[in-house]
Design a protein around this ligand. Structure first.
Ligand code: PLP
Length: 438
């Protein structure tokens, strides 16, 4: 195994112990967690929709220890963020070294070597398909989406953007207008920005036959924005050839194709970018989440001829913060040194195991995904939520998505042993819920 993968595992064993993971020693939530949750209720924005009472204190690799000393196996990675496992030593060292040298200096106004180095590394990852690229660094996926809408409108001089039902692109007003995964995310915040149209995800011909015919001429469309595998919408893999159809439409009409790879990117699906599966080259590729192993960082990576906006057109105080950039460079080292390959190999065998489980467990209606982005569909939303909660009680962290799915998105450094442990708990949890439901 690669030396960059091994330390995560060793560190896990060294610092949190191998004794037993999961290891639940209190009722959940435990007494300390309960007191923290009570304080939270008094002062934290109630817009945060917590899914179960997990109060993490420290973590290594795939192991999370809560404030009461309970240990959980993490199949969430902080929603597809902790791509290299928690507190990977290579990432820690990069953060520490950069913090000692320079924590912040605004990249919008001055030149930061680490910012430039990261842009070079990111541009190199897309060069084979997209050609020469330029990069803008932001703090969050939402900001990358906002920037991409601006860039597409600026470049084309056109107003409209096409997104898809089930999409999640963030919650600021522009990104929220594109988001169409749950109506409650949008409700109460209108009016949304003008010029956005939605199409069914994965449906061939719809844009041509419906949107271009009845709603917007293609010459008014600046961009089509698509998740190569839909994330919050349910870990939905589109039918083969559909992304190619979007690429063709964009070529035909001079529309910018934006791949929102905030969740699928940085190795999650077993290749650096999920677009690579279908050999699709977007004009703009957005990255975030797993890019910096948990430090806030996102990127707008655009073909050089597209990213031609002039000084002052876009900027950010914190975007491309040096410490986040250093964490991202270390993350890319780990990803390219074996973690992406690990995601592809382990993801494929986990998908096969879950397919087998589906044949034994009737409550599972479908299993789909790529690499370590796997969705399990259940008979109902209630069933999916009950499995999520049961897994938590048994020490496995998973999260629902879409209408009635459970997502599996562990760190890409996961070992076969950890997969076996997680699968075992998941299987038992599903059986327990099925027994109660029967
Ligand atoms: N785009 C996609 C595909 C996402 O999954 C998300 C978050 O889940 C976002 C954008 C928004 O990213 P952030 O929460 O970092 O703003």
């Amino acid at each position: 195994m690669s030396p960059l993968l091994t330390p995560t595992i060793t560190q896990t064993l060294a610092e949190l112990g191998t004794a037993r993971v999961p290891h639940i020693i209190t009722e959940l939530p435990g007494p300390i967690a309960r007191s923290i949750i009570a304080r939270d209720a008094a002062c934290v924005s109630p817009s945060l929709g917590r899914v179960y009472p997990l109060v993490p204190k420290r973590a290594r690799g795939l192991v999370i220890e809560d404030v009461d000393g309970n240990r959980f196996l993490d199949f969430n990675a902080g929603i597809a963020v902790n791509s290299t496992g928690h507190c990977h030593p290579h990432v820690l060292a990069a953060i520490e070294q950069q913090s000692r040298e320079l924590i912040h200096y605004c990249s919008s106004d001055w030149y930061l070597p680490v910012y430039i180095e990261l842009c070079e590394r990111l541009a190199a990852t897309v060069a084979p398909s997209m050609g020469p690229a330029k990069v803008f660094l932001a703090n969050s996926g939402t900001e990358a989406v906002e920037g991409a809408i601006k860039l597409a409108r600026f470049t084309t001089g056109r107003p409209n953007v096409i997104a898809f039902h089930g999409a999640f692109h963030g919650r600021s007003l522009g990104a929220l207008t594109l988001t169409a995964s749950k109506a409650k995310y949008r409700s109460g915040f209108g009016p949304m920005i003008a010029g956005v149209f939605h199409a069914p995800y994965g449906e061939f011909g719809y844009i041509d036959n419906v949107i271009f015919k009845h709603l917007s001429e293609p010459s008014d469309v600046a961009a089509i924005i698509v998740e190569p595998v839909q994330g919050e919408g349910g870990y939905v893999v589109p039918p083969p050839g559909w992304l190619a159809e979007l690429r063709e439409l964009c070529d035909q009409h001079g529309i910018v194709l934006i791949a929102d790879e905030v969740q699928t990117g940085a190795g999650r699906t077993g290749t650096m970018w999920a677009c690579e599966y279908e050999r699709i080259a977007p004009d703009i590729l957005l990255a975030g989440k797993g890019l910096a192993s948990g430090m806030p960082l996102a990127a707008i990576i655009a073909r050089s001829p597209i990213m031609q906006w002039t000084p002052g057109k876009h900027g950010s105080t914190f975007g491309g913060n040096p410490v986040a950039c250093a964490a991202a460079l270390a993350t890319l080292d780990i990803l390219q040194d074996g973690a992406i390959q690990n995601a592809a190999t382990i993801g494929a065998s986990l998908l096969a195991d879950l397919q087998t489980l589906r044949h034994r467990q009737h409550a599972i209606t479908a299993v789909h995904g790529r690499g370590l982005m796997i969705g399990i569909d259940f008979v109902s939303a209630e069933f999916a939520t009950a499995v999520e909660q049961e897994c938590f009680r048994r020490g496995l962290l998973v999260l629902t998505c879409g209408d009635r799915s459970l997502r599996i998105a562990p760190p890409l450094t996961i070992t076969e042993g950890e997969v076996r442990t997680g699968l075992h708990i998941l299987t038992d949890a599903i059986s327990a819920v099925a027994t109660i439901a029967a």
